[in-house]
Design a protein around this ligand. Structure first.
Ligand SMILES: Cc1cc2nc3c(=O)[nH]c(=O)nc-3n(C[C@H](O)[C@H](O)[C@H](O)COP(=O)(O)OP(=O)(O)OC[C@H]3O[C@@H](n4cnc5c(N)ncnc54)[C@H](O)[C@@H]3O)c2cc1C
Length: 98
């Protein structure tokens, strides 16, 4: 059996292992980071309270997917005619509406 060992801190351009939040930054910037920027949703351990762990990455990813899902459902509920206005990605797409 072969094995491989690597000191990750010696990897070029690696600036650290994970995000470090100060209590002040949590108060002032955390909620802003958690909000999507229009159609761009962020996820990662840095967006959780379980920083530096895979569990934090899972939790933040789940929250982002859940928010996307809720948004997609609200677009459907709004009706097909509103799709191009609410989401430019749908403009020009045939919706099947008569
Ligand atoms: C040495 C080490 C040991 C660890 N051990 C553990 C452990 O035992 N248990 C544990 O729970 N956690 C551990 N962690 C932490 C865990 O690995 C991270 O918390 C987790 O991987 C973070 O997931 P993430 O999705 O937020 O980010 P990442 O896993 O870093 O994923 C980000 C991805 O984005 C990609 N990317 C970056 N820039 C771009 C770009 N411009 N375009 C496209 N893709 C891009 C990267 O290549 C990467 O694949 C360890 C971390 C390190 C460094």
């Amino acid at each position: 059996m072969n094995s491989y060992s690597h000191h990750w801190a010696l990897t070029p351009y690696n600036l650290g292992m994970c995000a470090e939040w100060t209590p002040e930054n949590r108060r002032t910037h955390y909620m802003t980071l958690c909000k999507p920027d229009d159609r761009i949703y962020f996820a990662g351990e840095h967006m959780s309270y379980i920083g530096c762990w895979m569990a934090g990455a899972f939790e933040a990813s789940r929250a982002a997917v859940q928010a996307l899902h809720t948004r997609a459902l609200s677009n459907v509920a709004y009706g097909e005619r509103s799709l191009p206005r609410r989401n430019p990605a749908f403009s020009g797409m045939k919706t099947g509406a008569s």
